[in-house]
Design a protein around this ligand. Structure first.
Ligand SMILES: O=C(O)CCC(=O)C(=O)O
Ligand SMILES: [Fe+2]
Length: 285
């Protein structure tokens, strides 16, 4: 784990009612943590649903990581957060209470023994040929992660670089960017995505199971190695403002079609522009 985690000169952990402070911190510093947002019963249900979704896909090898990229379509509890007001009022406030759409969702099952997850930004440019990440991660959507076992650098906890969420941000001292600024590498080494977890600017997060970690689309993040003894379970949602142009996009997948048409009128406006995801899709021009 990193020994150099500095104490930040500003508050980044908030109570769920501190809507404006949460928004302002994410805008200014590229991240914010909301303490104690989900009650234990929702955390337990989400854990069960992450396990149900990903455990059977897991092989017996230690240290592997498994992803779902349409978890909101599969998890009744993650879906129920779309009408969970303590959460949704934070989400709406992040977008200045403008009309918003569900952008994407995820779940991750990470086994003990997993190696460091390389530093990267989720943002990537739409330079042909590009894939769905370039479409869904250039919408201005902040990620909302629920680390259901909490976050700790000993147990595959996430680390971020505060203030790395702007186009103007320069790589950490002694590093340069890899292609398209996707990651960075230490000068004098091969230009490969950075796996170091202890250099100046790294901020390792510590959270409890009901906490929410918000970070901006461009914020650089890396994941510590998993030296704990239970699988790390996490899930995420993201939202974007409505009315964006998706003329270059995959056809609405059947699972997303089914998901949208099965939604109650209460969440219609949040899901009517949902695109689902087709991880095999490639841009045509
Ligand atoms: O494993 C994590 O916590 C982070 C995953 C991540 O950064 C991603 O899916 O883009
Ligand atoms: Fe990421």
């Amino acid at each position: 784990m990193t020994n150099s985690t500095p104490k930040l000169p500003y508050t980044y952990e908030f109570d769920k009612e501190e809507l404006e402070a949460i928004r302002a911190c994410n805008e200014q510093h590229g991240f914010a943590v909301v303490k104690d947002l989900l009650p234990q019963n929702l955390v337990e249900k989400l854990k069960t649903e992450v396990l149900q979704t990903l455990e059977q896909a897991c092989d017996s090898r230690p240290g592997t990581t498994h992803f779902s990229t349409n978890f909101v379509e599969l998890s009744p509890t993650l879906f129920s957060l779309l009408t969970y007001e303590p959460y949704m009022k934070i989400v709406r406030h992040l977008y200045g209470n403008a009309p918003i759409s569900l952008n994407r969702s995820a779940a991750i099952y990470k086994k003990p023994g997993a190696a460091v997850g390389a530093w990267h930004t989720d943002w990537e440019p739409k330079i042909h040929p590009y894939r769905c990440n370039a479409v869904l991660n250039t919408t201005g959507a902040s990620s909302n992660w629920f680390y259901l076992n909490g976050t700790h650098p000993e147990r595959a906890g996430i680390a971020i670089i505060p203030d790395s969420h702007t186009e103007e941000w320069v790589a950490p001292e002694g590093f340069d960017f890899t292609a398209n600024r996707k990651s960075f590498y230490r000068l004098g080494t091969e230009p490969k995505d950075c796996l170091e977890m202890d250099f100046e600017g790294v901020f390792s997060l510590y959270t409890e199971p009901g906490d929410l970690i918000i970070f901006a689309e461009r914020t650089y993040h890396g994941v510590h190695a998993h030296n704990g003894n239970e699988a790390r379970l996490s899930c995420a949602l993201s939202f974007r403002t409505k009315g964006q142009d998706f003329s270059e996009c995959w056809p609405l997948p059947e699972s997303a079609q089914h998901f949208i048409s099965s939604c109650s009128p209460e969440v219609k406006s949040l899901v009517e522009e949902y695109l689902g995801i087709d991880t095999g899709w490639v841009s045509t021009n």
